[in-house]
Design a protein around this ligand. Sequence first.
Ligand code: NAD
Length: 304
Amino acid sequence: MTGIKRVGVVGCGLMGSGIAQVAAVAGFDTVVRDVSQPLLDRGRAGILKSLGRMVDKGTITSDARDASLARLRFVTELTELKDRDIIVEAVTEDLDLKNGIWRELDRACPPETMFASNTSSLTIGSMAGATLRPDRFVGLHFFNPVPMMPLVEVIRTETTSEETFERAYSFARALGKEPVAATDSPGFIVNLLLVPFLLDAARARERGTASTADIDRAMQLGCGHPMGPLSLMDYIGLDTVVRIADIMVEAYGEDRYDAPALLRRMVTAGHHGRKTGKGFYDYSADPPVPADPPVPTPSMSEKA
Ligand code: NAD
């Protein structure tokens, strides 16, 4: 028994909207917060689309969809999360931003509220330490797209209590997910191994090793990956990949976590992948077509 009935989610982007959806479908009374109504509307539209697909596939009934939507509330005020049993944070990967939110929530919520971050690359301890409840603070790292991906990494810090860890682990199961336990080091299990691979794929593209489509096809057909690495980065969000890489290169001091100039230029140009309509692929076409970003000449690399 987790004792969790009311769920709060901070951030209604790619991950937050997915986490809110999964919580509502699993029967939890769910409130999700973002900073503006248009962002909430965008998140809600994504949830409606995803639930619609689930109804079409017969994964849930239309009654279950309607009941899930009735359990879901969208708010702009952080303090509306103060009566939640657990709050899962999924805002932009930025420690100062996250800790500002945690401090505010720490003041607003009763001591028993459990806090969980969905960070990809920051340590959970660096957030738990900003609150007065480091024993009730865990990592719950979901995968994108949240409604489809079964895994949740459950991260305990030096200070997470056994009870908190067990409740978080059971909560992940109650969401219909498969939890694995990880210790609190940047990238946990999956991103520690995945991020260098993704960055290497971008480096291969940058060097002109092969075209975007062929790099992806090679890893799908040669290694059995369900999705090629360049497509996967578009899915994650290139801005998020660069933020994660920057945090990991600082944490580990290893070049393999260093984001190549090509990725940085794409982010600067506003090409963040699927969510902005363009990244390694152009999503205005159906199916998406390779956008084949220009491979830099040596002089372009030097300037980057
Ligand atoms: P995103 O850019 O899609 O969404 C972030 C959202 O946070 C935006 O809607 C933004 O408006 C909102 N936000 C910013 N400040 C806020 C505040 N003060 N209060 C409420 N909302 C605020 O990013 P994302 O991909 O959903 O990533 C969110 C977190 O999840 C990051 O920590 C990221 O590392 C992690 N994560 C991402 C993925 C992925 O594949 N994209 C996978 C696992 C974990």
